[in-house]
Write a protein that binds this ligand. Structure first.
Ligand code: MG
Length: 280
């Protein structure tokens, strides 16, 4: 039976270049996925507002997305014939939430500002101009990044030792803190791995008995849960930090190229295993 392949990918530092946010170097592999009708499922700490235009540009508008580090999945209507439990309408799509709203974390950070004065700056405090300054995004992109629903990225300004205390205080108050390429993301108890498993189950329900092979692609600590959860894992080499540590060793690839170049190299090698003539 023809297997169903699924690709779950991080954006910044993986499919998108860490510095330029471009994905040209991965164009060949992206187009192979598109022509093979293989779902390209974006899984990022980015917001829905930021991810929508990227998904469109990548030709992946038919496919679900994992937003804000796994806080929710957004699924185009008609993707699955079996209704998704607890799905909420979200524009033309449906959204399934796994985490509480951002307001909870903003209130907690306001409380912690007394104990950690001038040691951190969240997106809410930075504002659009501040987000631009720390990310290098243009004004329009920074405005989309500010439209968060579930999570608050925080720039740490203090020492590593104090950061540990800060993370411990957040976790003691019920937050989950994940280290991305640039920010600590403060959110509820959700991650990209849970969201991957949720979507894999939804695809499997649609295709009873048909084998599903999935790959997760990432470069940072916040990708680890999905890199552990997927059948195959592709670690993308970063220009700024080492590969994140994984508990697993089987089914793991590490790219030679950086960012999108490594992404392309790893995806093409993975597709080779299935002779690429697969799809729906
Ligand atoms: Mg990344």
């Amino acid at each position: 039976m023809t297997p169903r392949l699924l690709v779950f990918t991080d954006l910044d530092g993986s499919l998108l270049d860490h510095f330029t946010y471009r994905w040209d170097a991965a164009a060949e592999a992206v187009s192979r996925l598109r022509s093979g009708h293989i779902p390209l499922i974006l899984a990022s700490s980015k917001t829905l507002a930021e991810m929508q235009p990227l998904r469109e540009a990548l030709g992946a508008s038919r496919y679900p997305m994992i937003v804000e580090n796994g806080a929710a999945v957004v699924v185009p209507r008609g993707t699955f014939t079996v209704p998704l439990a607890n799905a909420l309408p979200c524009n033309d799509e449906e959204e399934v939430r796994f985490a509480p709203p951002r307001s909870r974390w903003l209130a907690l950070l306001a409380l912690l500002a007394a104990d950690f004065p001038d040691e951190f700056a969240g997106f809410d405090a930075l504002g659009v101009a501040g987000i631009q300054a720390v990310t290098g995004l243009d004004a329009a992109s920074a405005a989309l990044a500010a439209r968060r629903e579930f999570s608050e990225p925080v720039q740490w300004l203090g020492t590593p030792a104090r950061r540990e205390q800060f993370v411990a205080a957040l976790e003691a108050a019920g937050a989950r803190v994940q280290q991305g390429g640039r920010f600590l993301t403060v959110a509820g108890n959700c991650d990209k791995g849970q969201a991957l498993c949720y979507l894999r189950c939804a695809y499997q329900r649609e295709l009873p008995g048909r084998p599903i092979h999935d790959i997760a692609i990432g470069d940072s600590g916040n990708d680890v849960p999905m890199l552990e959860a997927a059948e195959s894992a592709l670690l993308v080499r970063s220009p700024t930090h080492g590969f994140p540590a994984l508990a697993r060793s089987a089914g793991v690839r590490r790219s030679h190229g950086l960012g999108p170049e490594g992404w392309s190299e790893g995806v093409l090698a993975w597709l080779q295993e299935y002779h690429t003539t697969v799809g729906d």
